[in-house]
Design a protein. Structure first.
Lengths: 134, 72
């Protein structure tokens, strides 16, 4: 027997909401962010303003996409990587020694290089954009 | 490098590799495992009443993560 079809009304994508437009913009913003060293007012203001803009876009629902199919039974597999990461991040955070560093303490020396910092900034922003569009 | 530091690095590397492996398995045809993006989409859609708890939680965490890595 044929199942009834559920139809979902979706707004047409906005002209600027395309990868060819958003990716260069995010890359440009990442290059600027990569030039700003940590522990400076400029870096704080820039990151807080960029993140705040993303949160505003995400909560206003301007670029939201409809939900797809429900999750299958294989979802539990994601607990494996999340669990491993959680165990190490939790234990390193609780012990708090330089000889058993957290993920961010391991990343800090790598992020001192401007190119790596810009690339990481780009990864952060594009992931943020992907979350906002969900 | 001390043994504990090597253990911490190895643990995070294993977690990242496991994440990549599950994502690759999820992208196979007819896989019952959802992709990370699909899991996030469902978690983000969680609401209590009219309050978008999932969106607030995800966006807040990602905002804090960027500030933690690039500004503080």
């Amino acid at each position: 027997m044929e199942q009834p079809r559920t139809e979902v009304a979706v707004d047409a994508p906005r002209g600027w909401d395309r990868a060819v437009v958003t990716m260069p913009v995010l890359a440009f913003l990442s290059l600027i962010g990569g030039q700003l060293p940590s522990y400076t007012t400029r870096a704080n203001v820039y990151t807080i303003c960029l993140g705040g803009s993303m949160v505003w876009l995400g909560l206003s629902g301007r670029v939201r996409r409809p939900l797809l199919a429900p999750l299958g039974p294989g979802t539990a597999w994601w607990l494996l990587p999340i669990g491993i990461f959680g165990v190490f991040e939790g234990s390193t955070f609780l012990l708090g020694t330089p000889e058993y560093p957290t993920f961010s303490r391991l990343a800090d020396p790598l992020l001192e290089d401007e190119l790596v910092r810009s690339a990481a900034y780009f990864a952060w922003l594009t992931t943020f954009w992907a979350l906002v569009r969900r | 490098m001390s043994l504990t530091r090597a253990i911490a690095i190895a643990g995070f590397v294993v977690a990242i590799i496991a994440c990549a492996v599950v994502e690759v398995l999820a992208r196979r045809k007819d896989s019952t495992i959802p992709t990370l993006g699909e899991v996030c989409a469902h978690a983000i859609a969680y609401e209590v009443g009219r309050v978008p708890i999932g969106r607030i939680g995800f966006f807040g965490f990602w905002w804090w993560l960027g500030w933690h890595l690039f500004a503080r």
